[in-house]
Design a protein around this ligand. Structure first.
Ligand SMILES: NC(=O)c1ccc[n+]([C@@H]2O[C@H](COP(=O)([O-])OP(=O)(O)OC[C@H]3O[C@@H](n4cnc5c(N)ncnc54)[C@H](O)[C@@H]3O)[C@@H](O)[C@H]2O)c1
Length: 345
């Protein structure tokens, strides 16, 4: 079998710290080309990882590759993905899928028309705890999911580098950048139901304080354009509800990343993994004490993408599922703006 030739668009932190090293582990892959608006960065990355071609832009790269890895700021996800799919190139795109629902719809349509793979890199699905939780839920341990609680909370970790606080380039802050991961995971664990109504709030009060205490660099309130904290109540078409809270900066005792799902037959906490039940006249909790260790999640994700491109696997995450996450995020922002709930089309 000939190798899958992959090009990298955007050669920043996530490309060099996660995806490129992960693809280096996949023997069916040849990392062929890299492009970045900062051409010196592209050259540096090409040299470091022995990538033969440095391209000035996506146009130049498309003739050389079978698959594209998109690691640019969020604003460029949709146009790059659509251009690549229309050129018959598979796409692995960093999260979030895009800035808004319209862009996601265009990406879904391009993927459907091209028949090529479009996978959004919601990597939490590849964690061993996540996959074990999915097995437990799919095997009926909690029954029908009713109430899903998500906490994706950092006490003081506003990214002080890059463009993460730039609304035009990223589309938002803590929710679109960070809370999206556990939101995607919770939706997948509970069968990827369609969301239909969202009530949300957003805050940026802490980051607007002069000299805010922050573990991840200095924040300039004058250029801070996004939310650092969001909450949401989300109704799903299967009757379940999601209560979501996410923050880069909140006055809480410590960071917390949890999903807790109450179902008709039991409940599950995902990090750490634990079931709770009421059976045979008693209440009991079961801790999961061992989960088979496979490979690191980044390598599993890279292998999975390649296997999908070769037609050997079905994408773990469909473009529509990733779009639902973006539907919710957009609706939280809209709801926060208008001070009322928002119906999703
Ligand atoms: N899955 C995760 O856990 C995770 C973590 C961090 C970042 N991300 C996502 O990865 C993406 C990139 O984040 P990052 O941390 O690597 O940021 P970064 O700032 O380190 O890197 C972005 C790179 O893209 C380049 N770039 C900007 N516009 C471009 C364009 N139009 N064409 C080509 N290159 C362009 C920049 O020069 C830079 O080198 C974002 O979408 C972010 O949400 C995901």
């Amino acid at each position: 079998m000939s190798k899958l030739r992959i090009g990298v668009l955007g050669a920043g932190g996530i490309a060099t710290d996660r995806h490129i090293p992960a693809f280096k582990h996949v023997k069916e892959v040849e990392l062929t080309a890299v492009s970045d608006v900062n051409i010196d960065r592209a050259k540096e990355v090409a040299e470091k990882f022995s990538i033969p071609h440095v391209c000035v832009d996506l146009d130049e790269m498309l003739g050389k590759i079978d698959a594209l890895l998109i690691c640019t700021p969020n604003k460029f996800h949709a146009p790059a993905a659509i251009q690549a799919l229309n050129a018959g190139v598979h796409v692995l795109c960093e999260k979030p899928m895009a800035l808004n629902t319209k862009e996601c719809e265009d990406m879904v349509a391009a993927a459907e028309q091209s028949g090529k793979v479009l996978l959004i890199a919601y990597h939490w699905r590849f964690l061993k705890e996540s996959r074990a939780a999915k097995r437990l839920i799919d095997n009926g341990e909690i029954g029908k999911p009713l109430v899903i609680r998500i906490k994706s909370m950092r006490r003081r970790k506003v990214p002080g580098w890059g463009v993460f606080t730039n609304r035009d380039l990223q589309g938002g802050g803590a929710l679109i950048d960070y809370g999206c991961h556990l939101l995607d995971l919770a939706m997948w664990l509970t069968g990827s139901p369609k969301p239909y109504e969202v009530t949300g709030t957003t805050f940026n009060d802490l980051s607007m304080q002069k000299d805010m205490v922050n573990e991840w660099g200095t924040i300039n309130p004058a250029t801070f354009e996004v939310e650092d904290h969001a909450t949401a109540f989300i109704r799903l078409e299967n009757g379940a509800v999601v209560m979501l809270e996410t923050s880069w900066a909140a006055n809480i005792p410590e960071d917390e990343e949890t999903i807790s799902i109450s179902g008709t037959k039991g409940g599950i906490d995902v990090f750490p993994l634990r079931l709770n039940k009421a059976e045979h006249g008693v209440l009991m909790n079961s801790d999961v004490t061992w989960i088979p260790e496979e490979k690191p999640f980044a390598i599993l994700q890279a292998e999975h993408f390649v296997s999908c491109c070769f037609g050997e696997s079905t994408p773990l995450s469909s473009p529509k599922e990733s779009m639902y996450v973006s539907n919710i995020i957009e609706s939280v922002y809209e709801s926060a703006k208008i001070g009322n709930s928002v119906k999703i089309r």
